[in-house]
Design a binder for this molecule. Structure first.
Ligand SMILES: NC(=O)c1ccc[n+]([C@@H]2O[C@H](COP(=O)([O-])OP(=O)(O)OC[C@H]3O[C@@H](n4cnc5c(N)ncnc54)[C@H](O)[C@@H]3O)[C@@H](O)[C@H]2O)c1
Length: 436
């Protein structure tokens, strides 16, 4: 009786389309309760998953092997035929921007085409990819309708449920974070609620419409972006005043309503990308969102700013910049992850190289192959007594225990320590210290 019971009885299955940072944990969680088809167009990714390898490194220890040894019900596949066996589809494919910062919806459209071709009357489709408000109903549902020959809302049901996971964060997970759900009608909402309740223990928030759910997701990241941009701008200003920004923030955060944002690089594929989706939609409506644009401008400029600051400090030490050697520690887009996509540390490296500086880059988590493939940069082990400046660009866990002696062992005095996130503030005596 009904789709939900069929899922519980394993007469029907759920397909998760796109097995990345978002899709894989969701597919594995659902597979403890229902039959799941984990679908990805990348056959290498599927082959890896079948062998128990997850290159994102985000999964709980042993979870994938548990799934493979049979205690969970999941099939990893790239087969369109297998996809047709599902009755409830969840789409979690990437929604990046292109080199002009315009939304790149091709993967979302491709996934909609694929799922549309597999849909049968009564099936469900839920989108999880981050998009601008209106995208699901304006871009994706028409594709599903054309491909399936069914009417959205009548022939098949649909919804939108944005993901809130935070890579590298083991505390806030799919299970323990409230999840927003929305749907085309009340009946669909009720079924979607039951399905997500199987795995989300923290509760579900019912958004009144799909557009509200899409907008809520995008402003969560836009709010972060604008606030970090304000901190970055303050850091540039305080730098000119000779005031340490982190000291100011520490003092200000003693007030109950001061928000705990800090300056830094904003890379990755969420905070640094999602605001552009909102900007795109705003432009379509002939509105030019200055706050959001300014935030993006400031944050996108920080890599170049940090690079220039280090160059000036090296010159101020009396060194010839074109003969200088700098070590950059950390290349991933944030701390304690292996993901290097849209890393803003690369902007620091580029700025330094533009001044003729020789740059070494090291990272304990990044894949040397990926860094070479995406950025044509060679990851290396740090050399002793070699550098005119060390830039701690990403506060990876192993770097937290470093002290001045560790940096002195790497540098050729006099030298600069550029501490982007202010980790070593108050602890550096001999090196020329700079932080945001
Ligand atoms: N990563 C995050 O922290 C995070 C958090 C919240 C929301 N999101 C959003 O979730 C969505 C997915 O992000 P992600 O980080 O999981 O992406 P990802 O790049 O890690 O993985 C996406 C997967 O989709 C596959 N794929 C691409 N096109 C496909 C297609 N047409 N059909 C099937 N599979 C396809 C890729 O091969 C890849 O394995 C994006 O919209 C993103 O903005 C991401």
């Amino acid at each position: 009786m009904g789709m939900y019971t069929d899922l519980l009885d394993k007469k029907r299955s759920i397909a998760v389309v796109g097995l990345g940072y978002v899709g894989l944990p969701l597919a594995l969680a659902l597979s403890a309760k229902v039959k799941v088809i984990g679908f990805d167009t990348n056959s290498e990714r599927v082959a890896d998953l079948r062998r128990g390898i997850d290159l994102t490194g985000e999964l709980e220890e042993g979870l994938l092997n548990e799934a493979l040894t049979g205690s969970r019900d999941i099939t990893f596949t790239s087969s369109k035929e297998t996809l047709k066996e599902a009755a409830f589809y969840i789409i979690a494919v990437p929604t990046p921007v292109d080199c002009y910062n315009q939304p790149q919806l091709d993967k979302l459209r491709d996934a909609s085409t694929l799922v549309g071709g597999a849909l049968c009357a009564g099936d469900y489709v839920v989108f999880e990819s981050t998009v601008f408000p209106g995208c699901t109903e304006e871009e994706c549902i028409p594709i599903l309708e054309i491909e399936s020959g069914l009417r959205g809302g009548r022939g098949f049901k649909y919804g939108y449920s944005p993901e809130r996971i935070n890579p590298g964060d083991k505390e806030h997970t799919l299970i323990n974070t409230v999840k927003i759900i929305s749907a085309c009608d009340e009946k669909a909402l009720s079924t979607i609620k039951k399905v997500y309740s199987l795995v989300v223990e923290a509760g579900l928030y019912h958004a009144p419409s799909i557009r509200v759910a899409e907008a809520a997701k995008i402003i969560e990241n836009t709010q972060r972006d604008v606030n970090i941009a304000l901190m970055n701008e303050l850091s540039i200003l305080f730098g000119r005043m000779g005031i340490n920004t982190y000291e100011v923030l520490q003092a200000a955060s003693t007030k109950w309503n001061f928000l705990p944002f800090t300056p830094g690089l904003v890379g990755g594929h969420c905070v640094g990308v999602d605001p552009y989706y909102l900007v795109y939609k705003a432009h379509e409506l002939n509105y030019h969102p200055r706050m959001i644009h300014s935030g993006r401008f400031v944050n996108d400029s920080m890599g170049g700013y940090i690079g220039k600051k280090v160059v000036k400090r090296i010159i101020a030490l009396g060194k010839n910049i074109s003969e200088s050697h700098v070590l950059v520690m950390g290349i991933t887009f944030k701390e304690n992850v292996s993901d290097v996509r849209n890393s803003k540390v690369v902007d620091i490296v580029k700025e330094l190289k533009d001044y003729g500086v020789t740059v070494d880059v090291t990272d304990p988590y990044a894949s040397a192959v990926e860094v070479q493939r995406i950025y044509k940069l060679h990851l290396t082990e740090p050399k002793e007594k070699c550098y005119d400046a060390v830039i701690v660009a990403v506060p990876h866990h192993p770097y937290l225990s470093f002290n001045e002696d560790d940096f002195l062992a790497l540098t050729c005095p006099p030298a600069v320590l550029a501490d982007v996130k202010g980790l070593y503030r108050g602890r550096i005596r001999e090196l020329e210290y700079w932080s945001l």
